[in-house]
Ligand binder design. Structure first.
Ligand code: NDP
Ligand code: OXD
Length: 304
């Protein structure tokens, strides 16, 4: 079962990676003979109709779309998609939006629309600007490293302590308040789990410095939209960039579309590259078939 856009991929492409694939909503298949499953947000209950699976391969780095299924077979390894192209694109998205805000690009765009030559200094130099990443895993760590050359003050919050040169590490719930108090930009790259659901709420925003920006590229379920809008309208937050939403597609009547201080994009910070994904799945299948250990297997107890 593959996302839209993948239907054009021919069987030859799968065969080149050593497996035969069926598109569950297009091709006939025998559930008993299906030994691997790959998808992004399969309908809950679907995977349990495949009784002989050896492994499940997520087409996304996030696996919340699998873990929401109460019937997910927990004895079958679930593998996350960990891919350099996806990671680079996530870093590009975040670096671009941080720099757009930091450099005041919206101001210059509006001056150009009025054919006005309006010079303006940066609000503050990067050395005095603090950027914090919620989540310092494969993607959060890469974003931090991509931001290093710009001379920002960088930090990250994770469950376990990290040691990334130039990035201050905060760990665990007890260090979240200290972390938030020093984030002029707070960028969410956490997996969606029971512990991180709704983490960005009114109390969370209140702990950020006045004028802070929030960037959410993780999942919509991390953020309470009404609380964000109240923090923006109340003047506490400077703005927000959102790529993910509680309901996707974002309904056309959502206030997010029209909010003057929210930039919204349609979950495109990084889209899974089919070529890279097929190579990844091919490698996973080869590992399984030759008895080698799978990498990037989700720890179901942690939920990521
Ligand atoms: P990883 O599993 O590599 O990293 C997750 C990070 O979050 C780790 O640093 C982990 O800490 C930390 N973390 C998890 N739970 C907690 C917690 N309760 N408290 C503190 N820290 C916590 O994930 P990725 O970096 O690969 O991906 C992150 C998410 O990005 C995905 O789950 C997905 O939802 C989203 N995503 C969005 C995309 C988009 O297009 N918008 C594209 C790709 C991914 P520790 O290291 O200590 O375990
Ligand atoms: C992912 C995503 O998790 O695209 O990879 O959201």
């Amino acid at each position: 079962m593959l996302p839209p856009g993948w239907n054009a991929i021919s069987q030859d492409r799968f065969a080149a990676h050593g497996f035969e694939a069926v598109l569950a909503d297009r091709d006939p298949y025998n559930p008993d003979e299906t030994i691997y499953f790959s998808g992004f947000r399969p309908p809950p209950g679907f995977i349990k109709t495949l009784p002989n699976l050896k492994a499940i391969f997520s087409l996304g780095a996030g696996v919340d779309g699998f873990l929401r299924d109460p019937d997910l077979p927990r004895q079958v390894p679930l593998v996350r998609f960990v891919d350099p192209t996806l990671i680079h694109e996530m870093a590009q998205y975040v670096v671009m939006h941080v720099l757009m805000v930091h450099r005041g690009q919206r101001f210059f765009d509006s001056a150009q629309r009025e054919s006005q030559w309006r010079q303006r200094m940066l609000a503050r130099p990067s050395r005095d600007t603090r950027i914090g990443l919620l989540g310092l895993g494969d993607i959060g760590g890469a974003i931090a490293i991509s931001l290093l050359p710009f001379d920002f003050q960088l930090s990250g919050w994770s469950r376990s302590r990290k040691n990334i040169p130039g990035v201050k590490s905060f760990a665990g719930e007890s260090e979240l308040p200290q972390f938030l108090a020093q984030c002029d930009y707070c960028i969410c790259v956490l997996p969606l789990t029971d512990d991180t659901k709704n983490i960005m709420n009114a109390a969370f925003f209140a702990q950020l410095p006045k004028g802070a920006w929030v960037i959410n590229v993780a999942r919509g379920g991390h953020l309470i939209v009404e609380d964000l809008i109240a923090a923006l309208d109340g003047g506490h937050l400077g703005g927000a960039v959102l790529d993910v939403f509680p309901a996707e597609p974002l309904p056309s009547d959502s206030p997010i579309w029209r909010h003057p201080r929210i930039t919204a994009t349609p979950h495109i910070a990084a889209l899974t590259d089919p070529v890279a994904a097929l190579a990844y799945i091919g490698d996973c299948v080869a590992r399984c078939e030759s008895g080698r250990a799978l990498e990037n297997v989700v720890d179901l107890a942690k939920g990521y």
